[in-house]
Design a protein around this ligand. Structure first.
Ligand code: CA
Length: 264
């Protein structure tokens, strides 16, 4: 379904160069403002990922960021290999888009720091070495420049889907979430939750450490057709906090919504 959404930002008639894509991105934005585009978003995969973009060419970095943000992800941009390494020491990401030829440390050195994280390499065809081909046989992927944003977006989703499958449980303090059984446990005992309470907690977990607005939570958990207001979200959050004893973890973000705070 994400394909459909991505297609909306892609105009087959436009030129394949970066500027053409940026232009079509802006025109599409004007045409598809608001919630209509969100309807194409498959709820099953509705997961906001934290993505690090390491690319020294400003226009490419920007193009990737804009498109991935439109797909609902949160992006952090760096333009230098040393900055990328420093950031990876401090922070965890769901996925990295990594150029090979960079100022400072190169992509391979950045990769050493990104141990275990899913990576999509960006590289010119001429730089496509056996080393890179070898690396990309595992959980990672690579894409050669120049590339179509549609292809990159599809690969990002595919890689996120593959890595998401590995996650069966989530644990925080005395709370455990079983994604397959759709159950929440407190001190090993299953908690009596309504389906909406479960979905709300699962959504917070999948978007841990990211502030989600009440409107977005309403869309993600209750759907677009829900007539009730954002007060519904507040009520459910209160119930979750007390049922799970996570008063300090499910924090209120002033004038916005909520965030589940998880030590990284
Ligand atoms: Ca480069």
């Amino acid at each position: 379904m994400l394909w459909l959404r991505a297609l909306l930002f892609y105009e087959p008639g436009s030129s394949s160069d970066i500027n053409g894509d940026i232009l079509s991105l802006f025109t599409s934005r004007q045409h598809f403002q608001g919630r209509i585009i969100e309807r194409f978003y498959d709820k099953e995969w509705q997961r906001m990922a934290e993505i690090l973009i390491v690319e020294d060419e400003l226009s490419i970095n920007e193009l990737i960021r804009k498109n991935l943000e439109l797909a609902g992800h949160h992006c952090i941009q760096v333009f230098d290999g040393d900055d990328a390494i420093e950031l990876l020491i401090q922070k965890n990401f769901d996925l990295i888009i990594l150029d090979i030829m960079l100022p400072g440390a190169d992509g391979y050195e950045v990769l050493d720091q990104a141990e275990g994280l899913p990576v999509i390499f960006l590289t010119a065809r001429s730089e496509l070495s056996d080393k890179l081909r070898g690396l990309s046989k595992g959980a990672d992927d690579y894409i050669t420049k120049p590339f179509q944003m549609l292809e990159l977006a599809a690969r990002v989703e595919a890689l996120l889907r593959r890595t998401k499958k590995a996650e069966k449980y989530f644990e925080l303090d005395h709370v455990k979430l079983d994604f397959e059984k759709r159950l929440i446990f407190v001190d090993e005992k299953p908690v009596d939750c309504t389906p909406k309470e479960y979905e709300l907690f699962e959504t917070l977990v999948k978007n841990r450490n990211i502030a989600l607005s009440r409107e977005r939570l309403l869309d993600m958990v209750w759907g677009y057709d829900f007539e009730g207001g954002t007060r519904t979200v507040d009520v459910h959050i209160q119930r979750l906090r007390s049922k799970l004893g996570l008063e300090r973890r499910i924090v209120t973000v002033y004038k916005l919504g909520y965030r589940l705070e998880v030590p990284q």
